[in-house]
Design a protein around this ligand. Structure first.
Ligand SMILES: Cc1cc2nc3c(=O)[nH]c(=O)nc-3n(C[C@H](O)[C@H](O)[C@H](O)COP(=O)(O)O)c2cc1C
Length: 214
């Protein structure tokens, strides 16, 4: 059993369960109890058409066995990278729990229906600004940005703001999941789950699991 500093030693790293999904759900649920803002923030790393990596924070908005979902502008820098290479790495770090989770997988577009549903629940100003901001493109000034927001507010006055065609969700499949629990003197606990090719990740034996040196 881990002697990590987290609130509950939730994994036995020597005899880990065959299914990583409940652990992932539990660690996220425990992180969501933290008093810090945005415990669902994760670093999203992508690779562009030239093979150059880039990383930024996005918010996890839904986790299922099909993958970890986030929403963004599909014409942004990350959107262009994902169009070139539909693979990504996600990283959570919860310092207060002394935990890190790394996820790697293939990236798929979320359906129009789920993107519509999520967009409809956003505050109206956020919906308007999804139209106003050409994410990742240069803009001359704060004033110019606000001018575009005002213009879009006027354009959509009195109507239900629709989802821009370039805005939507992505899902990163849970092909590799690593759980890291900090421990004393750098003798941390790590286990990595690797999904066997062609499996859905929901049946016993779909993942292989190994303990790694810290
Ligand atoms: C706490 C936090 C949460 C964020 N959440 C999102 C998000 O869910 N979606 C998004 O597109 N950008 C989000 N951002 C902004 C991104 O980090 C990034 O600046 C933006 O998406 C443009 O990235 P790109 O130019 O690499 O495409 C967030 C930033 C922070 C600091």
């Amino acid at each position: 059993m881990s002697t990590g500093h987290g609130p509950t030693p939730s994994i036995n790293f020597d005899t880990p369960p065959t299914d990583p999904f409940p652990i992932l759900e539990q660690w996220l649920a425990e992180a969501m109890q933290l008093p810090t803002p945005n415990p669902n923030a994760m670093t999203l790393a992508t690779v562009d058409a030239d093979g150059a990596p880039s990383a930024r924070i996005v918010l996890l908005r839904g986790l299922t066995r099909d993958g970890a979902r986030f929403f963004t502008n599909r014409e942004s820098r990350k959107g262009r990278a994902l169009a070139a290479h539909a693979r990504a790495a996600l990283l959570f770090h919860w310092d207060a729990l002394d935990r890190q989770v790394r996820i790697e997988g293939r990236v798929m577009l979320a359906s129009d229906a789920e993107s519509d549903e999520y967009f409809a629940h956003r505050p109206v100003d956020s919906r308007v600004n999804a139209w106003a901001s050409a994410q990742s493109e240069p803009v001359a000034s704060r004033e110019e940005l606000e001018r575009r927001a005002t213009e879009m507010t006027a354009r959509f006055a009195g109507i239900d703001v629709p989802r821009p065609p370039h805005w939507g969700g992505y899902r990163v499949s849970l092909d590799r999941i690593e759980f890291w629990q900090g421990d004393k003197y750098r003798l941390h606990d790590r286990i990595v789950y690797t999904r066997r090719v062609g499996t859905s990740g929901s049946a016993p034996g779909d993942y292989g699991v190994e303990r790694l040196c810290p």
